[in-house]
Write a protein that binds this ligand. Structure first.
Ligand code: SF4
Ligand code: SF4
Length: 171
C-alpha cells in the first residue's frame, strides 16, 4: 500500500470513493484498507509504504484509534465493493489457468488487470504503469492468437480481443 496520506495505490472511481467519503468525511481513503487489514483475525501488524515520519505517525494514529472496524463500517465496505463490482470491466478472477498453457508466455492476467484499472478506475496512468512494470516479455503483442487460453478460461473471456485492445491502449 502506498502511504495513507495523500492518496491510494489506485485511484478509486467516484462512485466508490463517494461511499467511503460520506461514511467518514475527512478520513484518507486508504485508511479503510489499512483498518480492514488490521481488523482481520490474528493480524498483529500491518505495514504500508511510508516515506516520512509524519506518514508513520498518521498511520500509527489510524491503527491506534480506528481498529477494529465496526459492523456499520463493514456495511460501508460492502456497499463500496458492490459499487465497484457494478462497474463495467473484464471479469477476470486472476486464476491464471490461461497463463500456464500460453506458448508465448503472455501475462494475460496482468494485462486483464491493467484493462480493469483503465476501465473501472478510469486511471490511465496507473493502468499503463502496471502494464509497463508487470508484463515483462509477455506483452499483449506477443500473442499469436492460438486460442489456447480462451478454451480454459472459466470466465469465458474473449481474451484475444481483449489483448488486441491492450495493444492499442498500452503499446
Ligand atoms: S491466444 Fe495468445 S495469449 Fe492466448 S494462449 Fe495463445 S498466444 Fe497465449
Ligand atoms: S483464465 Fe480467465 S479468469 Fe483466469 S486469469 Fe486467465 S483471463 Fe483471468
Amino acid at each position: 500500500m502506498e502511504p495513507v496520506k495523500g492518496g491510494t495505490l489506485v485511484k478509486l472511481p467516484d462512485s466508490v470513493a463517494d461511499i467511503l467519503r460520506a461514511a467518514e468525511p475527512g478520513a484518507p481513503l486508504a485508511s479503510w484498507a489499512l483498518r480492514f487489514a488490521g481488523s482481520l483475525p490474528n493480524v498483529i501488524a500491518v505495514l504500508s509504504g511510508m516515506n516520512t515520519p509524519e506518514m508513520v505517525a498518521e498511520n500509527a494514529a489510524i491503527m491506534r484509534d480506528g481498529v477494529p472496524l465496526t459492523p456499520a463500517e463493514y456495511e460501508v465496505i460492502e456497499a463500496a465493493r458492490d459499487a465497484l463490482a457494478a462497474l463495467p470491466g473484464v471479469p477476470c478472477t486472476d486464476c491464471r489457468y490461461c497463463v500456464k498453457g500460453c506458448p508465448e508466455g503472455v501475462h494475460i492476467n496482468t494485462i486483464m488487470q491493467s484493462l480493469n484499472i483503465y476501465d473501472q478506475m478510469g486511471d490511465a496512468y496507473r493502468a499503463q504503469e502496471n502494464y509497463n512494470w508487470n508484463t515483462g516479455d509477455g506483452k499483449a503483442s506477443a500473442c499469436i492468437q492460438c486460442g489456447a487460453c480462451e478454451s480454459v478460461c472459466p470466465q469465458h473471456i474473449e481474451i484475444v480481443s481483449q489483448l488486441e485492445r491492450a495493444v492499442k491502449l498500452f503499446e
